[in-house]
Design a protein. Structure first.
Length: 232
């Protein structure tokens, strides 16, 4: 109730405009919500961009652990950028309805290759979780579980705080930096096939570090699933 009142106060002070058609009223108006189907991305290797398959290409597989990636739209899509920013950095949870509806429409093309997956997420560090209030990656995992009818479980947690990606230069985000960042949740059994979720795939370093940990502990397939993918 309190948060609803706060939302109303915020709306009165800062009128909202639909991110798609700019009509005043909501973050995305009903008309846009019902039909927003962004152009699907070209299927390609998530790491080098080689076109043709969502699987990690043979060359990239040599030092990568993630087997492939399904994502909703490129992060270059101005609309998705606005939505994710409002969600992540301004804590606007009305964005979630937009994602859920659009993901449902995109489910066929976002399906991972057939396997009995368990869904999990790349976890945020606890201190960042406190500042953001909720873990977006975990939310994406919940949606993926619902969309594909798969079990969801937290398999991985963070061991130590890492510098926020936007604060480090690209050069610093190399292989090795993410080593020993994650550990398995105590008492879990690593499934053979894991659908690993995050909100945005950027360089893939973080997701691949989690994939590595899972594979080193017995997983056979790790398929990535994100809302957006930036160019690395
Ligand atoms: Zn609209
Ligand atoms: Zn590649």
């Amino acid at each position: 109730m309190e948060s609803r009142l706060r939302d109303l106060a915020v709306e009165a002070l800062f009128p909202r405009f639909c991110v798609a058609c700019r009509r005043e009223g909501a973050l995305m108006c009903q008309a846009c919500l019902d039909q927003w189907t962004p152009v699907p991305p070209q299927v390609s290797c998530a790491f080098c961009g080689r076109v043709g398959s969502p699987r990690t290409c043979a060359e990239c597989r040599e030092d990568r652990y993630l087997d492939g990636l399904s994502y909703f739209v490129p992060y270059g899509n101005a609309l998705i950028k606005d939505l994710i920013k409002s969600w992540k950095f301004h804590g606007d949870r009305s964005v979630e309805e937009v994602f859920v509806k659009s993901l449902r429409r995109a489910t066929p093309r976002m399906s991972p290759p057939l396997a009995p997956y368990w869904v999990t997420h790349v976890p945020l560090h606890e201190s960042r979780l406190r500042s953001r209030g909720f873990d977006q990656a975990q939310q994406v995992a919940t949606w993926a579980g619902e969309l594909f009818g798969l079990p969801v479980e937290t398999l991985v947690r963070r061991k130590q705080k890492t510098i926020q990606q936007s604060q480090t230069s690209h050069e610093q985000r190399r292989v090795g930096e993410m080593d020993h960042v994650f550990e398995l949740m105590p008492g879990i059994v690593v499934p053979d096939h894991v659908l690993l979720c995050d909100d945005v795939f950027t360089s893939g370093t973080t997701m691949d570090a989690a994939a590595r940990l899972l594979k080193e502990n017995g997983a056979k397939t790790i398929w990535g699933f994100t809302l957006a993918k930036g160019s690395s």
